[in-house]
Design a protein around this ligand. Structure first.
Ligand code: C2O
Ligand code: CU
Length: 559
């Protein structure tokens, strides 16, 4: 498909057919669990935890309980407050760590598929980063050990197995990992009940309260493939996808719908906050620190207060900004975090204030037009909530009067940025172009391979580089949030294409980032330094269906 501009819808559909066969041939295989375990006997942890991934059921809606996968954790050594469970939620517990702590986490997999844990945003050795090559099978254990070297901030953890990350996160495997440090502790920031984590995720439920995702996925896939629209055995590993496409009527809902969802990303029709469907949060007349994570598989939010008051941003992926920034709206793509200072001290008791996602255009690039919009849109996970639709996310209700307040500091943090003049490739940035060929996403035409690294994906330990992500592949473009493992980077420059005018003012590029939204037509330059650890790390799109479909590659840091 070289001539993008002349591609018709019919060509596209033919392409899908061809691509499906190619896709089936290249479907992720279950990797053998490596015996490799690089934890050393000399590591003396300050905190030791056990973290178990297991199926369970949780009561989310009236009626039948929902089958989910969930993380459970307990403290084996150290501060008991290191683990904070969220009652009645599928979300994993909040892990609270301090900079400088040595942490051991024994991960135990009780799922019937391989898994790993990735500490999203943390700077850890490559064997501790949850790379899919270290996936373990059911009943196995992986010992993660690392020192917390990151700044205070809102990080998170989730699975990262090959081809199943979207599925495992969707059915419940994710949790926040909050790091504190001395600089942050010294600031007059809202703490305790005024420090409020908010994880936003979109989901779809069937009539029996079960989560709806791709056919044959999730905790109920074995035995009872509920939701699988075509023949029995319609799992992603079998011939079901082709079978589904062939069978009359299943074209749009089953195989074809799955194919579109994988390509475009899953969009749910129900927004959950902290793993719960209730969206009312009672607050006091006091400033709050809202730590917002977009934990959705593929949905992008354009966050704003409904009454038009500005958002006061104090932090991003990698912690506090140097000083607060005021925004009319903030774009939050999958995996991104934003921290807000939200002061309700001047609001009347009973005031209700809703955080909404504003309508925006362009996330789907021209792909939706090309596929005829609505009718194909229905096939995309069957979501009635389109990308860029306007909808409410949660409402805060001012329910209590309290005395005492806090003043928003105008200096939050001292940041020492890497220097552009130190970048070894300053004159010729490393460019990663997001490509689409044979219904496969890729970087510079390459899709994920477990351990492969191209010559253009090798960097030197101790150097600083400029990386440029270019999302300008003509007609076959859509928005992609790009995540680089092992890094917090600086966003140096954005060059905007035509499609992103309604979202531009919503980027918070003043802070450290590990995930950056690259809209269709845009090019974004990042400045990053490869420090401390050598080895094999990932970079990928954090729309999890894209990641699972191969929009992920390794890069290697060499000594
Ligand atoms: Cu949050 Cu490689 O992922
Ligand atoms: Cu993507």
């Amino acid at each position: 498909m070289t001539n993008h501009e002349s591609l018709t819808r019919r060509d596209f559909m033919n392409g899908v057919g061809m691509g499906t066969a190619a896709l089936l041939a290249g479907l992720p295989q279950v990797e053998a669990a490596p015996a490799m375990q690089s934890a050393s006997d000399t590591f003396e942890p300050d905190v030791a935890l056990e973290l178990i991934a297991l199926p369970r059921s949780v009561s989310l809606r009236p009626g039948r309980a929902t089958s989910v996968w969930s993380y459970q954790s307990r403290v084996l050594k150290g501060d008991p407050a290191s683990v904070q469970a969220l009652p009645d939620s599928y979300l994993g517990p909040i892990l609270r760590l301090r900079r400088g702590q040595k942490v051991r986490i024994d991960f135990i997999n009780r799922l019937d598929q391989p898994s790993t844990v990735h500490w999203h945003g943390l700077h850890v050795p490559d064997t501790m980063d949850g790379h899919p090559r270290f996936a373990i099978g059911r009943g196995e254990r992986y010992r993660y050990e690392f020192e917390v070297r990151n700044r205070a901030g809102t990080y998170w953890y989730h699975p990262h197995p090959h081809g199943h990350t979207g599925e495992q996160v969707y059915f419940g495997l994710a949790g926040l990992l909050l790091v504190s440090d001395e600089e942050e502790q010294a600031l007059p920031l809202p703490r305790g009940q005024y420090d409020l984590p908010i994880v936003i995720q979109d989901r779809s439920f069937d009539d029996g309260n079960q989560l709806r995702y791709l056919s044959g996925t999730g905790p109920t896939a074995r035995g009872d493939a509920s939701g699988a629209p075509s023949a029995p055995g319609n799992t992603m590993g079998g011939g079901g996808m082709m079978g589904g496409m062939m069978s009359r009527g299943a074209m749009m809902s089953g195989g074809m719908g799955d194919m579109m969802t994988r390509m475009m990303g899953f969009l749910g029709d129900t927004v959950l906050v902290n793993g719960r469907p209730e969206s009312l949060i009672e607050v006091a007349t006091h400033p709050y620190r809202l730590r917002i994570l977009n934990g959705s598989n593929s949905r992008i939010y354009k966050l704003a207060w409904q009454d038009g008051r500005p958002l006061t941003v104090i932090g991003t992926d990698g912690g506090l900004l140097e000083r607060p920034v005021h925004k009319d709206y903030v774009m939050l793509a999958p995996a991104e975090r934003v921290e807000l200072w939200a002061d309700f001290s001047k609001d009347d008791l009973g005031t209700q204030l809703t955080m909404i996602s504003l309508a925006f255009e362009g996330a789907m690039g021209r792909m939706m037009d090309m596929m005829g919009g609505g009718s194909m849109g229905d096939a995309m996970g069957g979501s009635s909530l389109a990308a860029g639709a306007r909808f409410p996310i949660f409402t805060v209700k001012v329910a209590r009067k309290v005395n005492g307040s806090l003043q928003l500091p105008d200096r939050l943090s001292a940041i020492s940025w890497p220097r552009l003049q130190d970048a070894v490739n300053r004159a010729k940035p490393r460019t990663f172009r997001i490509t689409m060929a044979q219904m496969q996403w890729g970087f510079n035409g390459r899709s994920f391979q477990m351990t492969a690294v191209a010559p253009t994906e090798v960097v030197k330990l101790g150097t600083t580089e400029v990386w440029e992500f270019a999302n300008d592949g003509g007609m076959m473009t859509m928005a992609h949030p790009i995540h680089v493992h092992d890094q917090q980077f600086q966003v140096l420059e954005r060059r905007h294409g035509a499609g992103s005018s309604g979202v531009r003012d919503g980027y918070v590029d003043q802070g450290w980032k590990d995930t950056v939204l690259v809209m269709p037509g845009d090019r974004v330059k990042l400045l990053m330094r490869f420090a401390d650890y050598s080895g094999l790390y990932l970079y990928h799109c954090h729309m999890l269906e894209h990641e699972d479909l191969g929009l992920m590659r390794n890069y290697r840091i060499e000594t």
